[in-house]
Design a protein around this ligand. Structure first.
Ligand code: SF4
Ligand code: SF4
Length: 225
């Protein structure tokens, strides 16, 4: 899932300082599960902001709503009738949801309530570990299901580097060497020959704007043409 953490309170407070009526919009999917931007977190943030603004002698009126998802126009449409009542919006969705909301209501200042921190697994309650950087050229089939882009400190598609030492990464004794782990996993599976397979340089597709269109689908403007 997409993982995020709430922005530092003072930063948030400063961003919306000039506004008197602000709608705080939560997202009911990934950021809810990772305890950053769901209904509960919206209520907590609003209570903190309300108190802080009263103490600053700068009272604020805060609205609260949590959509099923903010990365989907169908759910964003639920805001159409209420957005006009507010001077600004705080979105507690991931960066994707925040942008989609801002795009639907371009006349409205929109502020991020969270910092998006990655695509992660749920290791424990409140503990999430990044596992994918959306590189667009997945090599997990050759690496025993361990992502070298995310788990190796250098993001090496071909490893290990010369810094690997008794299973640890050269950057820290607390950091396992991803390529050592890949070696162990492939060895267990009897597929160690794969580690010698050279992976061609990639285009780093995650560094440019991308679109994903599934087979059989088109962009809406192409559908109309
Ligand atoms: S190789 Fe690329 S797509 Fe596959 S898990 Fe790693 S970052 Fe994600
Ligand atoms: S020691 Fe291992 S994890 Fe660290 S940078 Fe080198 S290959 Fe990557």
């Amino acid at each position: 899932m997409i993982v995020a953490k709430r922005k530092p309170f003072d930063e948030l407070k400063e961003m919306i300082k000039p506004y008197k009526k602000v709608l705080n919009v939560g997202c009911g999917t990934c950021v809810s599960v990772c305890l950053a931007g769901g209904e509960k977190e919206v209520a907590v943030l609003n209570a903190e902001l309300d108190m802080a603004r009263k103490l600053d002698d700068n009272p604020i009126e805060l609205g609260a709503v949590t959509l099923e998802r903010q990365c989907d126009q169908e759910y964003l449409a639920e805001l159409d009738d209420m957005i006009g009542d507010y001077d600004a919006v705080v979105s507690m969705a991931c960066g994707v949801g925040i942008q989609f909301l801002a795009e639907r209501f371009p006349e409205k200042p929109v502020f991020p309530g969270v910092d998006t921190t990655g695509l992660a697994v749920n290791q424990d309650v409140g503990f999430y570990e990044e596992r994918c950087r959306s590189c667009g050229a997945c090599v997990l089939g050759m690496t025993g299901g361990i992502c070298p882009v995310t788990m190796c400190a250098k993001g090496l598609y071909n490893g290990p580097c010369g810094g690997t030492n008794k299973g640890k990464c050269e950057i820290s004794q607390d950091q396992p060497c991803a390529w050592f782990q890949i070696h162990e996993r492939l060895s267990k599976q009897g597929r160690l020959d794969l580690i010698m397979g050279y992976k061609e340089p990639v285009e780093w597709l995650d560094q440019v704007p991308r679109m994903t269109i599934q087979p059989g689908y088109k962009k809406p403007e192409e559908e109309k043409a």
